[in-house]
Design a protein around this ligand. Structure first.
Ligand code: ZN
Length: 411
């Protein structure tokens, strides 16, 4: 070891020892200096970000703590320091020049907060999956503690990275495990399958089962044979549209040609729900179709009907990200992969888009190639072009009126 490296730790030690000694040597009366420092910190707008452990403020400044000799990023989960001991810094270099060491907990030097968050969220997903496999999924608090974060911080970065709350993620994973177990012929009893999927008590599961499977577990086991899906096909400006509804909500919106597409659309519906009993909708159902057609004509207005979205946890993340793209805007497959925290899963994102059963409601038409060009569309590139053009023109209100009129004519 040469003399240069040995000399390095010296500045920290100087700061850490000499200053407190000076303060301690002063007469023991209320320190106006301390009060002044505290007031200066509290008057600084950055202090609020420290108190809030704001991950959004990460990267914009760092703060050091006189008493510990370390500096942190704003979101650090360590105990909040007393304001009189805090100093703010515009960069890690600046903090280190002032004699502070990087905090071991929040690792302020690490590339970017986002990369750090993504790694934390990946760990959280792994712990949740492990917990489900052993039948004891961790609580949010336990998970946060294990990762060295506050529960609210974990909740926020998890949502940011995956689009789902940790609870929704666990529920989706549990439901997927259960669906696997129930549809696997070799699996044991329904109760075994429920416990195997990580539900702690079967009574709790039965309460939730309508939400999870859209039907009671024993019926799902029987292949969903008794589940009824009602549907109708009607015309719209893009050709024809099939609308299907389960007991939970709209479960399919499929587009086809104007002429002779009805049979193909019904076959597609049957292929997507192989064991359901398809039942043509009655007169009351026509009103529902009219609402969906009005929505297809003017997606900007939103669909005020419950939807029954069925897919894997990954597909659901992709579809949620698609729903966050406003009408009139587009995103690339790579961008969607980034937004769900899986930047390398571009092809899986494209497959999830292709598997979408809810045309327009899950706006997979708003996903384009990285160069802005139109890529494939499950329901034809021409329809995709028409939808995007219409949304870009922002002609929502005008087309809605004519859509309602044509839907009424149709039904
Ligand atoms: Zn820290």
């Amino acid at each position: 070891m040469n003399s240069a490296t040995m000399a390095q730790p010296l500045p920290h030690r100087l700061i850490a020892t000499t200053i407190p000694t000076t303060i301690a040597a002063m007469p023991t009366r209320p320190s106006p200096l301390k009060a002044q420092r505290a007031a200066a910190t509290q008057a600084d707008p950055r202090w609020a970000s420290v108190l809030a452990r704001s991950a959004a403020a990460d990267g914009s400044f760092w703060f050091s703590v006189q008493t510990t000799g370390v500096y942190c990023r704003p979101s650090c989960a360590a105990r909040t320091p007393r304001p009189e001991n805090v100093q703010f810094h515009a960069s890690c270099d600046e903090a280190e020049r002032a004699g502070f060491r990087p905090c071991q907990r929040c690792k302020p030097r690490q590339s970017s907060a986002l990369a750090h968050h993504t790694a934390l969220v990946a760990d959280a997903c792994r712990y949740l999956d492990d917990g489900l496999a052993t039948g004891r999924p961790p609580t949010l608090e336990a998970l946060a503690q294990r990762l060295g974060l506050s529960a609210s911080h974990l909740h926020r970065i998890f949502k940011q990275a995956t689009g789902l709350t940790p609870r929704a993620y666990a529920a989706a994973r549990r439901a997927a495990r259960l669906r696997d177990a129930l549809s696997h012929p070799a699996s044991g009893s329904v109760t075994d399958a429920i416990y195997g999927a990580g539900y702690q008590s079967s009574s709790r599961f039965y309460e939730q089962s309508a939400q999870v499977l859209g039907m009671a577990p024993s019926r799902y086991r029987a292949g969903g044979a008794a589940q009824e899906i009602r549907y109708a096909v009607g015309p719209c400006s893009l050709g024809s549209v099939l609308v299907a509804q389960s007991t939970r909500g709209i479960c399919a919106i499929l587009l086809g040609d104007a002429e002779g597409a009805a049979d193909a659309l019904v076959r597609d519906l049957q292929a997507r729900f192989p064991r359901a009993q398809l039942q043509p909708g009655d007169a009351a159902f026509a009103a529902l179709v009219a609402q969906v057609v009005a929505f297809v004509e003017a997606p900007g207005l939103g669909l005020a009907l419950p939807v029954d979205v069925r897919g894997t946890a990954f597909q659901q993340r992709v579809w949620q990200a698609l729903q966050a793209i406003p009408a009139g805007q587009t995103a690339s497959y790579a961008e969607i992969a980034q937004r769900i925290g899986a930047p390398t899963a571009v092809r899986a994102v494209a497959r999830a888009c292709a598997a979408n059963a809810l045309a327009v409601a899950v706006p997979c038409h708003r996903v384009v190639k990285s160069d802005g060009g139109l890529s494939g569309y499950r329901w034809g590139v021409e329809r995709k072009r028409a939808l995007l053009q219409r949304e870009a023109e922002g002609a929502a209100a005008a087309t809605a009126a004519s859509a309602v009129a044509s839907a009424k004519k149709a039904t």
